[in-house]
Ligand binder design. Structure first.
Ligand code: NI
Length: 177
């Protein structure tokens, strides 16, 4: 495994629509493992292949809903494990009526965060790392991260959707993806 370099704006690959993955070979497995390692190293909660300069429909996501719930932290309690997702050729097939506002940042747009409205819950059809079809139901921040990553695969960045972007204060710790 190896770390990959995360590309930032104005790298053109970030604006391209990524191509579907068709070969589930050894090179793909290496790329997936490298992306997981790169996401964890950043650290980030998600990473899409175009962010490592590969225009293919693949993203990795790792997040625990506990990360934002500092108030609920109980001493001695075991934190909820993070859940790792690998999604390939994803398609959003269902969305909630409810939308929620939240603050996002992006590893490919350093030094900017912004308010983005997202569906509170979504259903996604995708392939797993072995090419097997999967259907995922996600909500909350996980659903937000999924929408952010799937946008990356279409060349869309959060700053396109945000009505307000700003430079974060030091106290504003936003999970990046
Ligand atoms: Ni991003």
């Amino acid at each position: 495994m190896a770390l990959r370099q995360i590309v930032t704006l104005p790298e053109p690959v970030l604006r391209r629509k990524a191509k579907p993955v068709t070969k589930f070979d050894k090179d793909l497995q290496t790329l997936i493992d490298d992306m997981i390692e790169t996401m964890r190293d950043a650290p980030g909660v998600g990473l899409a292949a175009p962010q490592v300069n590969i225009s293919e429909q693949l993203a990795v996501i790792e997040y625990s809903e506990d990360e934002d719930d500092e108030d609920e932290e109980v001493e001695g309690a075991t934190p909820k494990p993070k859940k790792l997702y690998v999604i390939i050729n994803p398609e959003i097939v269902k969305v909630s009526e409810e939308k929620v506002m939240g603050i996002e940042g992006c590893l490919s747009i350093p030094g900017l965060i912004g308010e983005v409205e997202r569906y509170e819950a979504i259903q996604v059809k995708a392939l797993n790392r072995h090419g097997k079809p999967v259907k995922l139901k996600v909500d909350g921040w996980t659903a937000r991260i999924f929408q952010h990553e799937i946008d990356h695969l279409n060349g869309v960045l959060f700053t396109d959707l945000s009505k307000r972007v700003w430079k974060p204060d030091e106290e504003e710790e936003i999970p990046l993806d």
